[in-house]
Design a protein around this ligand. Structure first.
Ligand code: F1P
Length: 345
């Protein structure tokens, strides 16, 4: 309904404001910049939102893990809105960051949360509920995709307020296209399950991305770590030669998130560096034909989707990959060792 409203299908332009609660309009109007705080998967959602905020709404945006934000000194720019993202709304570091931000004079607190009766929802000025339903597994999956959807709509609301109608229209068109795109990408389950077989006996994996798909690489690596216990790192592909390339040999699977667009050419040079060192490459690409040379790559063709939602669409196959690797390794996918659903201490 929010997307439809933004798209103009409803006349009530206040649906997003209503979804956020009383006072939404005033707080959003006053915001000059965003400071996002979150932990784990929710932090990765925030990292993607920064690309949207700056590109489509021209809204300056910083993102930090709550576990560091709460302990550092802050020079707070006037009009900085704190945007807190948490599936549970009970993560201790997130709540501490919120309270610290209040003390420091941030302009207000906007929350994205999945649990209506949580501490976060009680303490925030405004909340957009993700309505993802109960997360059964410890590792966030649908929480991530619904957080991103909420973030996309919030950025669309900012784009409107900041006189960026084209940015708003592009985000809204993308939001409307999202359910169909998700349906199509789920068809990748079979090929991804086959690729998972090649990860079962590996000790390490590297995930590469660029631009707004760099956080997708981080999230792919985190999911693999959390549920299959394979050591995995997400890296911006351009940083490869500043260190991690030293790790690459024929025993190292390298997953690349390679959507079409301006950064693909650069990414491909990075992939050739991996290839030259014998690394095994798994490339998730929505325009396989645009890959200059896919020699030695195992390419997974991701369905094309509008640019803003491409990070969401590329995340799903990586979630499926982690899932299938974990199942093959016989780990408990829903209850990984050493982890808790809510990190309340
Ligand atoms: C943050 C988080 C989750 C992760 C696990 C531990 O939780 O790091 O991303 O999957 O559940 O906690 P939240 O603040 O989003 O509830």
């Amino acid at each position: 309904a929010v997307a439809e409203t933004l798209e103009g299908r409803h006349t009530d332009a206040g649906v997003l404001d209503a979804a956020l609660g009383p006072g939404a309009a005033g707080l959003l109007d006053a915001a000059q910049r965003l400071q996002i705080v979150a932990c784990g998967t929710s932090y990765h959602a925030g990292l993607i939102a920064r690309y949207w905020a700056e590109e489509y709404a021209g809204l300056p945006c910083e993102v930090e893990v709550a576990s560091e934000f709460r302990y550092r000194s802050h020079a707070v720019a006037p009009g900085t809105l704190l945007l807190v993202i948490s599936q549970s709304g009970e993560t201790a570091d997130v709540l501490a960051a919120l309270r610290e931000a209040r003390r420091l004079g941030y302009a207000g607190v906007l929350a994205i949360c999945n649990v209506p009766e949580s501490s976060l929802v009680r303490e925030a000025d405004l909340t957009l509920l993700t309505r993802a339903g109960p997360e059964i597994g410890v590792a966030s999956t649908k929480a991530f995709t619904t957080q991103l959807t909420a973030l996309l709509l919030i950025v669309a609301a900012f784009a409107r307020r900041r006189g960026r109608p084209q940015g708003e229209a592009e985000l809204v068109r993308s939001a409307v296209a999202l359910p169909g795109a998700i349906e199509r990408v789920l068809d990748l389950e079979e090929p991804v399950a086959r690729i998972a077989e090649q990860f079962v006996d590996r000790a390490h994996a590297l995930f590469l991305g660029r631009g707004s798909h760099f956080p997708v690489a981080l999230e792919g690596a985190l999911k693999l770590k959390e549920i299959s216990y394979i050591h995995a790192e997400g890296y911006p592909a351009g940083e490869l030669k500043h260190g991690p390339l030293a790790l690459v040999d024929s025993t190292m699977p390298v997953v690349a998130v390679a959507p079409h667009g301006a950064l693909l050419e650069k990414l491909q040079s990075n992939l050739q560096e991996v290839r030259a060192r014998g690394g095994q490459l798994f490339v998730f690409a929505d325009d396989a034909a645009a890959l200059r040379s896919a020699d030695g790559f195992q390419v997974v063709p991701v369905p094309a989707a509008p640019a803003p939602i491409s990070p969401i669409v590329h995340t799903l196959p990586l979630q499926l990959l982690a899932y299938h690797v974990a199942v093959l390794r016989g780990t408990d996918v829903d209850k990984p060792r050493n982890l808790a659903k809510s990190v309340t201490v």
